[in-house]
Design a binder for this molecule. Structure first.
Ligand code: ZN
Length: 310
């Protein structure tokens, strides 16, 4: 199979999978309505989906939620069938949909990632801000405990995973676990900033800290924000070290984002793992020239090198 055929076939399969998913949801909605799971000896639609249809608990939950919403709101099935909104996006959205807002909300979710749909939900159903908190977690047990606690209870005692969750427009809940060293640095920063942030507000302090960090790393890596230099002429060099003025020019010209563009004109969205790439290969030219350099993400740097050197 050629690369083009493989991509075409996969797109067609993805389309079919969405059509099957939409039909499945419509059927589930009808089974649920007729309570057919009862005559199959399952106590609930959820049990039927897991026990009879072999869905995972997650998939069963999502499909039942969307199926129930679809009976109420006909606007939700078509976007699923036509690949405009994925099942996870619909699952997040449907608890907040009404006959009045469903058409518009589903249209706004078109083509959005799960994270973007979470933002949309935060806009539809804003949550109040959470108070800042620094809390000591219980120390993990060092000696093995007698097996009196079921494993699920142990798992729930573990530190929670990091959270960045939209609460409302322009407001997020951010939560993570850190060391005592971190806590000490935080206190020190709060004390040092007392005259500017008198209440020691965590969000204000972290925002200032991140501003400083971003500025510093951008400067280190891409000489961003340094005094503008007129000396950006191409330079012959044996060293791979790219002069600061050239790094800065490429970084700012390329907008801090991977510049790889596919045949249809779509640009890679990666803004992390960025590297300066010599379009004609530094090993061949031994020249640093902003006009023949570009920002690429790590994977596209590798991809470009494979195309160039084989
Ligand atoms: Zn890329």
């Amino acid at each position: 199979m050629s690369n083009g055929d493989l991509l075409d076939a996969t797109r067609a399969l993805a389309q079919r999978a969405c059509e099957v998913e939409a039909d499945l949801i419509v059927h589930l909605a009808e089974i649920d309505e007729r309570k057919l799971y009862l005559q199959s000896a399952f106590p609930s639609m959820f049990a039927f989906c897991v026990g009879e249809l072999g869905f995972s608990e997650d998939a069963a939950y999502s499909r039942i939620l969307v199926a129930r919403a679809a009976r109420r709101l006909p606007a939700v099935i078509d976007p699923l069938r036509s690949r405009r909104v994925h099942l996870t996006g619909l699952r997040l959205l449907v608890p907040h949909l009404t006959l009045e807002n469903s058409q518009e909300a589903v249209a706004r979710a078109t083509g959005k990632s799960k994270r973007e749909v979470e933002e949309l939900v935060a806009h539809l159903a804003p949550q109040p801000p959470v108070p800042p908190a620094v809390r000591k977690l219980p120390a993990p047990a060092t000696a093995p405990e007698p097996p009196s606690v079921p494993p699920s209870a142990v798992a729930s005692a573990l530190p929670p995973r990091p959270v960045v969750r939209p609460l409302a427009e322009n407001s997020y809940r951010i939560q993570f676990t850190a060391s005592d060293l971190f806590r000490n640095k935080l206190r020190r920063a709060q004390d040092l900033l007392r005259h500017r942030v008198p209440d020691g507000d965590l969000a204000a302090i972290f925002e200032r800290a991140l501003d400083v960090l971003i500025e510093r790393v951008e400067k280190e890596r891409f000489a961003s924000g340094c005094k503008p230099s007129t000396d950006v002429a191409a330079k012959q060099s044996e060293s791979r070290y790219v002069p600061a003025a050239i790094r800065r020019k490429v970084y700012e010209r390329d907008g801090g984002r991977c510049t790889f563009v596919d045949a249809s004109g779509r640009r890679c969205w990666e803004t992390g793992f960025l590297e300066l790439d010599h379009t004609d290969g530094f090993a061949r030219t031994h020249t640093h020239d902003a006009d023949s350099m570009r920002l690429l993400c790590g994977d596209h740097t590798q991809h470009a090198a494979e195309l160039l050197y084989g």
